[in-house]
Design a protein around this ligand. Structure first.
Ligand SMILES: Nc1ncnc2c1ncn2[C@@H]1O[C@H](COP(=O)(O)OP(=O)(O)OP(=O)(O)O)[C@@H](O)[C@H]1O
Ligand SMILES: [Mg+2]
Length: 286
């Protein structure tokens, strides 16, 4: 990668500067559970994420500007506009799961949204809610109230981020549901460009940044099977790690099963064959 300056490594992505205005985001095949990277990679996972994010970026431009400039032929590298990222994570929840469910059980509310009583785990919410979180430098992100988030980024930015996040989620959730996938919740990361405009960055609406559930197996009242970490979770449970970080190399069948689920999510949502994407990544953009 001549002329590209390595800026840093996230849990999943490598960041390079192409010039002052452009970045290259390279999605690796690393997989993390509970914010810790596992020792075993999932082949092509980075390509699935890159392709799916590109697919959504191309379809949501009329809702919100985004950072995508081009996908590279390797299928895992995104050329994008360099942004000043907002220091909050913009989470939208359409269903009650994860930390939303935990907060609800404790207090009957999530990030200041008062919810009806009697909801079960994984229940659909009366309407999607915006539940911002801090971007922890290390460890887990923490849910914050709308007021706290508005204090961090300013009231106007907050209102804009909330409006765009809800609009993006509503569009994508309806689109995915028609293809048999429930997007239970999702996380967006926004930044500002040189003119100060709000722009959607990072990855968006992938199984890593969202909870994807198969709609035909949806059964509220407990955990749902997921498209990404299910095999890894089941494996950890089987060997007695329970709901914790898995230090073991994953066996071949867990790797293959996980890869299969990622590819299945890609094909179901895009109605494209993953092999066709590998041959020509730009097909997700049209
Ligand atoms: N257009 C952009 N300009 C600048 N930074 C960006 C842009 N898009 C994404 N980023 C940043 O690049 C990094 C992507 O790396 P990666 O997704 O691996 O991080 P991560 O460890 O998963 O962190 P997080 O949990 O916050 O997503 C994130 O820190 C993200 O905020
Ligand atoms: Mg990330």
């Amino acid at each position: 990668m001549a002329n590209a300056v390595h800026l840093g490594s996230g849990k999943v992505r490598e960041l390079y500067a192409l010039d002052v205005e452009r970045l290259l985001l390279v999605a690796s095949d690393r997989i993390s559970t509970f914010d810790v990277v596992l020792p075993t990679a999932i082949p092509d996972k980075g390509r699935v994420l890159t392709g799916l994010a590109g697919f959504w970026f191309a379809r949501t431009r009329s809702i919100c500007a985004n950072h995508l400039l081009a996908l590279r032929p390797d299928g895992r590298s995104t050329e994008c506009r360099r942004l000043e990222m907002l220091p909050i994570e913009c989470v939208v929840r359409g269903y009650l799961s994860g930390s939303g469910w935990k907060d609800y059980r404790k207090a009957g509310e999530v990030c200041g949204h008062r919810l009806p009583t009697g909801l079960r785990e994984s229940d659909r919410l009366p309407e999607p809610i915006f539940t911002p979180a801090t971007k922890a430098q290390s460890g887990h992100d923490e849910n914050i109230t709308r007021e706290q988030a508005a204090q961090i980024v300013g009231a106007q930015r907050f209102a804009e981020a909330e409006r765009l996040s809800l609009a993006l989620y509503n569009f994508a959730a309806a689109y995915a549901l028609e293809r048999g996938i429930i997007i239970a919740d999702t996380k967006f990361e926004f930044g500002t460009d040189r003119t100060g405009g709000l722009v959607l960055g990072d990855e968006a609406l992938t199984p890593d940044s969202s909870r994807f559930w198969p709609a035909d197996q949806y059964a509220p009242g407990g955990l749902q099977p997921s498209y990404d970490k299910q095999y890894v979770r089941d494996f950890c449970e089987k060997i007695g790690w329970g709901n914790t970080y898995c230090h073991h190399e994953l066996p071949a069948e867990v790797v293959e099963g996980t890869r299969g689920r990622y590819v299945e999510a890609f094909e179901q949502l895009t109605t494209l064959r993953f092999n066709d994407y590998l041959a020509n990544p730009s097909i997700v953009l049209s």
